[in-house]
Design a binder for this molecule. Structure first.
Ligand SMILES: Cc1cc2nc3c(=O)[nH]c(=O)nc-3n(C[C@H](O)[C@H](O)[C@H](O)COP(=O)(O)O)c2cc1C
Length: 404
């Protein structure tokens, strides 16, 4: 990225990122969001380890507006990586304890957990599953889930939602992105017969069940300001993917996904976290690289399109934008302008979270040197290798565990 000539302290963008965001009684202390980042470092049962707890405490000390706990599987049967965290009866106490520790460091931060089932996105040695028969036909090793299996997954999700709310979480993200199972349901290419495929009503049934359940559970727990949303790959860039007009289409058409965003909000979601692509297929779409900034502009464009559509429908969920990490020291300028232009509400950071968990604290105090993400790709490599994920550029311990 080229260097900016503006002085960001003077152009007010840093101060703007440090302003609270308020919507319908929910207050976010500042505009910076630590996106979910799988660290692939749980115990065999999917429990938190002392190392992971200390990494999350360090992250909390950064004083983010929202801090996501990474993608947790709702069932130990399906895990994306051998070290993926699981949220079930055996592990919910861990989440409760972690929240208490993070609140002690940053009581003003909102803590969200991302819930998921991996589907086809799993590391070597783990079970892959799909709801789309053509995916199974192309690779019969991928288990085709029956309607009964899907019902069981919905039950597991509902249970995990209840456990998260009981643990005291401030919000839940029901994952609909990056090629994981939730995203498969929403695809026009999901032509499966039965209640979960074909018509848009059927393809959104999974989310309708979960969103309504979660909103009711939060209300019953007296959590009126509960954050409920989904991270959605609003354009997957595959044939018949989310962001196309039909099972055989590949030209981008956002009409249907805009409608899906409206449906999610009507059922009770109050944030949408906009992302793009399927990183296991084309990583640069989801995680832009420095020398091809198109990926950044594409995320900005998609985010604005979803926000504009929802506003035109009179819906005003918090819109979280993605893919800001490669902007480095220019990040506040672009993020501030997007907020001013009403193209986004909250600024989500992924790889920058690993490079410098204290990013907001350092940025707002303007007193300490920030470790900017260099885009070296080592965090993603560690994830692929199913190793403990961290920033290998700034932390030699992670560098030495890289296999190649
Ligand atoms: C190592 C690694 C782990 C990730 N884990 C998750 C995750 O658990 N859930 C999720 O929605 N996205 C995950 N992502 C995607 C990031 O949250 C983010 O969307 C992506 O890195 C682009 O944003 P950035 O340019 O700020 O890094 C992960 C990315 C990386 C590199």
């Amino acid at each position: 990225m080229s260097e900016l000539s503006v002085n960001q302290e003077q152009d007010g963008s840093i101060a703007l990122l440090n302003t609270p965001f308020e919507r319908d009684g929910t207050k976010i202390a500042n505009r910076l969001v630590a996106q979910p980042m799988e660290r692939s470092a749980s115990t065999q049962k999917g429990e938190l380890t002392s190392e992971l707890i200390s990494e999350y405490i360090t992250l909390a000390k950064g004083h983010w507006g929202i801090l996501h706990v990474e993608a947790m599987s709702v069932t130990s049967q399906y895990r994306s990586r051998k070290g993926q965290l699981v949220l079930d009866d055996a592990t919910s106490r861990d989440l409760k304890d972690l929240l208490v520790k993070m609140w002690e460091c940053a009581p003003e931060t909102k803590y969200i957990v991302q819930l998921t089932v991996p589907g086809v996105v799993t590391g070597d040695g783990l079970e892959k599953s799909t709801i789309i028969s053509s995916v199974h036909d192309a690779n019969p090793a991928i288990k085709l889930l029956s309607d009964g299996d899907i019902d069981g997954i919905i039950d597991a999700f509902k249970h995990a939602i209840d456990l998260a709310i009981d643990a005291g979480i401030d919000g839940i993200d029901i994952k609909a992105c990056h090629g994981y199972l939730g995203a498969e349901f929403l695809r026009p290419a999901n032509t499966r017969p039965g209640p979960y495929g074909g018509s848009i009503e059927n393809r959104t049934r999974f989310f309708k069940e979960l969103v309504i359940h979660a909103r009711n559970a939060a209300n019953n727990a007296g959590k009126k300001d509960f954050l409920l949303g989904s991270r959605v790959s609003v354009a997957e860039y595959i044939i018949g993917g989310i962001g196309t007009a039909g099972p055989c289409e590949f030209i981008e058409d956002l009409a249907e996904v805009k409608h899906i965003a409206s449906m999610l909000c009507a059922w009770g979601e109050n944030f949408i976290n906009v992302t793009a692509g399927i990183p296991a297929q084309v990583p640069e779409i989801t995680r832009p690289v420095k020398n091809v900034p198109w990926g950044i502009w594409n995320h900005f464009r998609l985010t604005k399109a979803i926000k504009d559509h929802l506003s035109s429908e009179g819906q005003h969920p918090a819109i979280i934008g993605s893919a800001y990490s490669m902007l480095g020291k220019d990040l506040p300028h672009y993020a501030g302008k997007n907020i001013m232009d009403e193209a986004v509400d909250l600024i989500g950071l992924g790889r920058q979270v690993l490079a410098d968990p204290a990013y907001p604290e350092k940025l707002f105090s303007c007193s300490q040197q920030i470790n900017f993400c260099k885009g070296c790709g080592s965090c993603a490599q560690l994830l692929r290798e199913q190793q403990h994920v961290g920033c290998a550029f700034y932390n030699p311990a992670f560098k030495s565990s890289l296999r190649t």
